[in-house]
Ligand binder design. Structure first.
Ligand code: SAM
Length: 206
């Protein structure tokens, strides 16, 4: 499983934002919508081996939205449709339990530290000054943490350091978070293809 976690420092935890002006009324939920698109959308389908957690901190208490590729429906490539799905999720009452809003989309109260993905495979923190992701990523899965336009706080970084997360860079320029996700997905696809090619060659030799 590939897990992408995106922290929305100012992202709204309520459905009270306008689909006509997502960047201006939602604490930049548009960034997170683009991350969802990059994480899941293929030319002809949805990646089923991907899950995304959006950590929304622009409210009185943080909320997390969980999107599961294997169950997702109604996801279109445009930001507006994705924002409308998040609006439905944010309209649900959120406590410590996951609540299903639409197929594949769940919401609950909680922050980064409350996620249950930690410890499942390697955790990578995407940061511009990290080591080259091509040297660091060796398997076709993992947990990848990204910031929004503000980035991650010192507390978040200390938390990830405590998890022994590898700090990785996808290239020499500072990119948008959604573009980083495309690059990571592509790198993982290439590793997966190489592994599959190797096993078919082994089968043919046997
Ligand atoms: C637009 S950047 C944040 C900009 C800048 N770090 C800041 O705090 O103002 C959004 C996120 O994309 C990721 N990112 C951007 N460029 C990257 C790169 N070259 N390598 C790895 N991650 C990158 C980081 O996770 C970053 O927090």
């Amino acid at each position: 499983m590939r897990s992408f976690i995106v922290v929305g420092n100012l992202a709204t935890t309520t459905p009270d934002f306008s689909l006509e002006d997502i960047p201006g009324t939602s604490g930049r939920l548009d960034i997170l919508c683009r991350c969802i698109n990059s994480a899941f959308v293929l030319s002809h389908g949805i990646r089923k081996d991907v899950q995304v957690f959006l950590v929304l901190r622009g409210g009185s208490a943080p909320k997390t939205v969980h999107l599961r590729g294997g169950e997702l429906r109604h996801l279109n490539p445009d930001e507006r449709t994705t924002a409308a799905l998040l609006k439905k999720a944010l309209a649900l009452e959120a406590d410590g339990e996951w609540r299903r809003a639409t197929p594949g989309i769940f919401v609950r109260a909680g922050d980064l530290a409350d996620l249950q993905v930690w410890g499942e495979g390697t955790t990578y923190y995407l940061r511009e000054d990290g080591i080259d992701h091509r040297d660091a990523i060796t398997a076709a899965d993992g947990t990848f943490v990204l910031g929004d336009h503000i980035g991650l706080s010192a507390e978040d970084e200390a938390f990830l350091e405590g998890l022994d997360a590898k700090i990785v860079s996808v290239g020499p320029k500072s990119l948008h978070a959604d573009h980083c996700i495309v690059l990571v997905n592509n790198e993982l696809d290439r590793i997966e293809a190489t592994v599959q090619e190797g096993s078919s060659r082994d089968e043919a030799v046997r």
